[in-house]
Design a protein. Structure first.
Length: 258
């Protein structure tokens, strides 16, 4: 059976206190087909942008506004998302560079007045390609009308490789005919399905640091956590899901780091 890869636009976080340079990079990468987070000139700005939408890669200046520098942003990103980091700085101090190395960046570029954007684009692409190799993803089928498909046993749709980082949540028991299937909702608002169960998926995502079980039939990707709207109701992407009493304490501990 033929397989395709889902094409979801990669999202870039740029943390840079020079507005002109930020605009230059933002316009450049948007033209390259990426989405770019709003202007972030400080650590607190960066945390707001991450909350708005989880990035797939980060371009970090080190000297930014406020008491916490770009290396602190890199450390936080390692804690909560584990995405590629690229430092772009005019600092050449060996101690600073050694400190930056501890966050395991993909590269450290020296900032100049004529920063080569095409070279930067290649480095970003390489970093994302390497990250994709580490994310094995899963072959699943696009859901046009899943209840009807299951009922008629017409399971001939083309399989698609979807990366785990792009899946917002995975649920079972989503209708009367679905007990042997899982529904996967991706960040580009598409639903996919696969014959499987939650226990099997727990094993598949155990090496993916952002997944958490919130009830007996739901796994969520913490990258897409938005908020609690009730004591036991959480918003993942645009979906409201129930957090069970059994899973709530661990879930709260996990999102404290977001």
């Amino acid at each position: 059976m033929a397989k395709t890869k889902s094409k979801i636009k990669s999202h870039i976080l740029i943390v840079e206190d020079e507005m002109i340079l930020y605009k230059t990079m933002s316009i450049f990468f948007i033209k390259k087909g990426y989405s770019v987070a709003k202007y972030a000139k400080s650590y607190s700005d960066a945390m707001k942008r991450i909350k708005e939408k989880a990035p797939d890669v980060a371009l970090l200046d080190i000297e930014i506004k406020g008491s916490l520098n770009g290396i602190r942003v890199g450390e936080k990103l390692n804690e909560i998302l584990d995405i590629p980091l690229l430092y772009i700085s005019n600092l050449t101090d060996e101690a600073i560079i050694e400190e930056a190395k501890k966050t395991n960046p993909n590269t450290y570029l020296f900032k100049t007045k004529t920063t080569n954007m095409e070279q930067l684009a290649v480095l970003v692409d390489f970093a994302l390609t390497q990250a994709a190799k580490e994310d094995k993803g899963i072959n699943i089928k696009l859901n046009n009308n899943l209840p009807k498909v299951i009922k008629q046993k017409k399971l001939m749709q083309e399989e698609t490789r979807v990366w785990f980082k792009d899946i917002e949540y995975i649920i079972s028991n989503f209708d009367d005919n679905s007990k042997d299937y899982l529904l996967y909702h991706s960040s580009d608002e598409k639903d996919y399905y696969r014959r499987s169960n939650i226990k099997e998926m727990e094993k598949l995502v155990e090496n993916c640091p952002n997944y958490e079980k919130i009830n007996r039939s739901s796994l969520v990707n913490l990258r897409y956590f938005k908020s609690f709207i009730q004591p036991n109701i959480v918003v993942i992407g645009s979906k409201r899901l129930t957090v069970s009493r059994k899973n709530k304490r661990r879930f709260i501990e996990r999102i404290k780091h977001l």
